[in-house]
Design a protein around this ligand. Structure first.
Ligand code: IPM
Ligand code: MG
Length: 358
């Protein structure tokens, strides 16, 4: 096959880690007989530097002309919260999710066997393993609700951020979760705050309707505060977790931490039509940018997810994931995951080793 892939290298360590993922794509291409056309897209702080806006006009159209999008990371201290909205990298991230209709964000959290010691949980807990899939709703809720800021007469300035969800939005993300659970261990945990929020009560009722339809999948409701606690108490109980946008943002950071390194975790953002967008869940790490220190594994595993979810090519995905595991099992580590006494290798070396193992 010939795949057309949009590359958003972005800011900080983004260009370096995307560079290694591209090498891995090329290696997979050689082995499985694929070729690529790469389309370079400027987005994030680098776009603000170059053209004065983080999400240049035409970005979504350029991406839509591709089969998939690979994103490194966007964000730089230079374009922080005090800067105009259109110049902030986060604005670009939210806009591309919305414009490409990427309502389902899949964030697998896996404790890879060679890194079991990196798990900060109790040994007995870590031994049970962690292999869960966080399914985060990505284009609704409080992230995209109406915002307001106004002056009151007696209470100073007041602000509101509206959290809204429709049945349709909940149903489509719910279906994704149940379908994924069927391919995994057959359990969905739906996370909400139905004891307080109206959006959560609607969420729960839609999920219950789906649970009746997917009778082969085990289902449970979990309150978000309890979920935060269960994730560190006994993460092995979870298979697929499905939740609204902001709960998913928070819980997926927690889920990444318990696996030992945020530098290892990939993500897929998909909608009903191509292209899907694939990116590491970590940020742009400006403090180590350009120093050949970043861990490229999360981006490389994102490329694996691209084969699995956008191209329906599980063999290629397996080949990449196996290569990563093999290199880790041989003891190779970048600085973020190096055990005491282990000399870390750089970004490029890690990329080369993984290519060599495919
Ligand atoms: C994430 C990030 C983004 C989010 C930020 C950078 C806007 O934290 O992808 O989890 O909140 O969605
Ligand atoms: Mg986040």
């Amino acid at each position: 096959m010939n795949y057309k892939i949009a590359l958003i290298r972005g800011d900080g360590i983004g260009p370096e880690i995307v560079g290694e993922a591209v090498k891995v794509l090329e290696r997979v291409g050689e082995k499985f007989g694929h070729s690529y056309e790469f389309v370079e897209i400027l987005m994030g702080g680098c776009a603000s530097d170059a053209v004065g806006m983080a999400y240049p006009e035409g970005t979504a159209e350029q991406c839509k002309a591709c089969d998939a999008v690979l994103l490194g990371a966007v964000g730089t201290p230079k374009w922080g919260p005090d800067k105009p909205t259109h110049q902030r990298p986060e604005t670009a991230l939210l806009a591309i999710r919305k414009d490409l209709g990427l309502y389902a964000n899949l964030r697998p959290a896996v404790l890879r066997a060679p890194l079991a010691d990196a798990c900060p949980l109790k040994k007995e807990t870590a031994q049970k393993g962690i292999d869960l899939m966080m399914v985060r709703e990505l284009t609704g809720g409080v992230y995209f609700g109406k915002r307001d800021r106004y002056q009151t007469e007696d209470r100073g300035v007041e602000c509101t951020d509206l959290m809204a969800y429709s049945e349709r939005e909940i149903e489509r993300i719910g279906r994704r979760a149940f379908e994924l659970a069927r391919l995994r261990r057959g359990k969905v945990s739906s996370v909400d705050k139905a004891n307080v929020l109206e959006t959560s009560r609607l969420w729960r009722s839609v999920m219950h309707r789906l649970a009746e339809e997917y009778t082969d999948v085990a289902y449970e409701d979990v309150l978000v505060d309890n979920c935060a606690m269960q994730l560190v108490r006994d993460p092995a109980q979870f298979d697929v977790l499905v939740t609204e946008n902001m709960f998913g943002d928070i819980l997926s950071d927690e889920a990444s931490m318990i696996t030992g390194s945020i530098g290892l975790l990939p993500s897929a953002s998909i909608g009903d039509t191509a292209p899907g967008l694939y990116e590491p869940i970590h940020g742009s790490a400006p403090d180590i940018a350009g120093q050949d220190k970043a861990n490229p594994i999360a981006t490389i595993l994102s490329a694996a997810m691209m084969f699995r979810y956008s191209f329906q090519r599980p063999q290629e995905a397996d080949a990449i994931e196996k290569a990563v595991d093999a290199v880790l099992a041989e003891g190779w580590r970048t600085a973020d995951i190096a055990e005491p006494g282990v000399t870390p290798i750089g970004t490029r070396k890690m990329g080369e080793l993984i290519c060599g193992s495919i």
